[in-house]
Design a protein around this ligand. Structure first.
Ligand code: P70
Length: 458
């Protein structure tokens, strides 16, 4: 197999330090067996998240120098606005400090009464939290193939249109606040949504008069998969594929910390719904800041204006996706069960198969995550029952369909050799999987518990 070489060369480096296994055993214990509580200085290769962890280009660093820090009407705002309008063909743009900033402002606007629902292929956990904080409930309608981890399907992030229509009819179209197309789909394993599926979802939404939203954190990677896998798109430019995707939605909520190639940033873009725009412009002031900065520095808006275009470059995307694929292929060749095909931003390791002896409420994927930190100072993250949390009404632990450890690859940061260190560690843990132990809570937070929970081994 050929994996694309880096379409860039390195001009600045950041020193990283490896600890000893003995040190890591002590450090993890002091971190309450939760990788989120580790200090960056004690992590050799950090695969916790691809969010906000990208390396910026020399063009982005130079763009910082022209940042206009005017409180209102910043030049940086207008430069960023014109890039977003150019990419989306939407009329309205409102910056926010990150994805959650956009979610907290937008999602309540469509929740007009009690007992309403948002429907997504799969809501990511922070989006689910903001749906619930807005007083609605989140329903997922992804295709069943998504959970058949070993079997190939080109678009495992797709909506099941039958489930979607059934849910709309069961709940009543007037109780559906919106349909959120999450592209790529993080919780499904970084799996893409096809253009045909987005078109069909959009048609169904129009049929029932429901607003369609794109959660576009990784929309550029989604466009790359469409170009690579969907009939009729091989010769289209990435930006034009993205534009067609956006044409099937009314609103784009974006965490720019992924496919914006910046360390902080986000935004709301609205196609043509002026009233919705005015409501968001009102809400953004108390929640995020004046509408021409929305919690972002002027200089960050300029870095994002450059980053958004760089993230749509096909050579950049091919290398980015190939790096993740390289790690996934190494694990598959060693017999490690992973979500296949390999996702766009991460390799998702199937820990239910690796540790069948650990019940879902003792968090098998967290146990594997801890083991690879001890093995090689690599920090990954659990995307399973721990992240899924408790039912907001019954407060029972929700058993996740999949218990995944996510090895999340930052953009333009690590080399293929770093990924060999990761692969060797995961393979070692896999070969010693019978020694893995479950975890119990010492402290369980009430919201988004995985970020700050404390555990002890059972
Ligand atoms: C599809 C999608 N929609 C919205 C947001 C919110 O965006 P924001 O508020 O973070 O900017 C996210 C954030 N995803 C981060 C969150 C995270 C998880 C574990 C560890 C660290 C960070 C991640 O997947 O890594 C997302 O994936």
């Amino acid at each position: 197999k050929k994996y694309a070489a880096e379409p860039y060369r390195i001009k600045v480096i950041e020193h990283i330090r490896q600890t000893t296994k003995e040190e890591r055993i002590k450090i993890l214990k002091n971190a309450g067996y939760n990788p989120f509580s580790l200090r960056s200085e004690d992590v050799y290769i950090d695969l916790l998240t691809d969010s906000g962890t990208s390396a910026m280009s020399q063009e982005q660093w130079s763009a910082l120098m022209i940042g206009d820090e005017a409180y209102a009407g910043s030049r940086s705002f207008y430069r960023l606005e014109s890039v977003v309008k150019n990419i989306t063909n939407y009329q309205y743009f409102i910056p926010a400090h990150q994805g959650r900033g956009a979610e907290q402002v937008f999602l309540p606007q469509l929740v007009t009464k009690k007992g309403m629902y948002y429907i997504s292929n799969i809501h990511f956990d922070t989006t689910r939290s903001h749906v619930e904080l807005a007083g609605a409930r989140a329903i997922d309608c992804v295709i069943d193939d998504c959970f058949d981890l070993q079997t190939y399907h080109p678009f495992k992030g797709n909506f099941c249109l039958n489930k979607l229509e059934k849910t709309i009819l069961d709940k009543g179209k007037e109780n559906i606040a919106g349909i959120i197309m999450t592209i790529t789909n993080n919780s499904a394993g970084g799996q893409p949504v096809s253009m045909e599926n987005m078109r069909q979802v959009s048609e169904m939404a129009k049929k029932y008069g429901i607003t369609t939203i794109i959660d576009g954190a990784r929309y550029a990677e989604n466009a790359f998969f469409i170009k690579e896998r969907e009939e009729g798109y091989q010769d289209m430019d990435i930006i034009d594929i993205a534009r067609e995707a956006f044409s099937y939605a009314d609103v784009l909520l974006m965490s720019a910390k992924k496919d914006g190639l910046v360390n902080m940033g986000g935004f709301i873009a609205i196609k043509d719904h002026e009233e919705l725009y005015n409501k968001c412009r009102t809400y953004i002031v108390p929640m995020e800041g004046f509408p021409t900065y929305g919690g972002m520095n002027g200089r960050d808006m300029d870095a994002l204006a450059v980053g958004l275009m760089e993230a749509l470059d096909e050579n950049y995307l091919r290398h980015r996706i190939d790096q993740v694929r390289y790690l996934g292929d190494r694990l598959r060749e060693a017999g490690v069960p992973v979500q296949y095909p390999i996702g766009g931003h991460a390799v998702f390791v199937d820990c239910k198969s690796i540790a069948p002896h650990i019940p879902y409420d003792q968090f098998p994927a967290q146990s594997v995550t801890n083991a690879i930190y001890i093995e090689a100072g690599v920090r990954a993250v659990e995307i399973g029952s721990l992240l899924l949390g408790r039912d907001p009404d019954t407060h029972e632990n929700i058993q996740s369909e999949m218990e995944l450890m996510r090895l999340t690859i930052p953009r333009r940061v690590y080399t293929y050799r770093h990924l060999d260190v990761v692969a060797d560690a995961v393979i070692h843990v896999f070969e010693h999987r019978s020694e893995l132990k479950g975890l119990a809570f010492v402290y369980e937070p009430p919201i988004l518990r995985h970020f700050t929970a404390v555990f002890k081994p059972i």
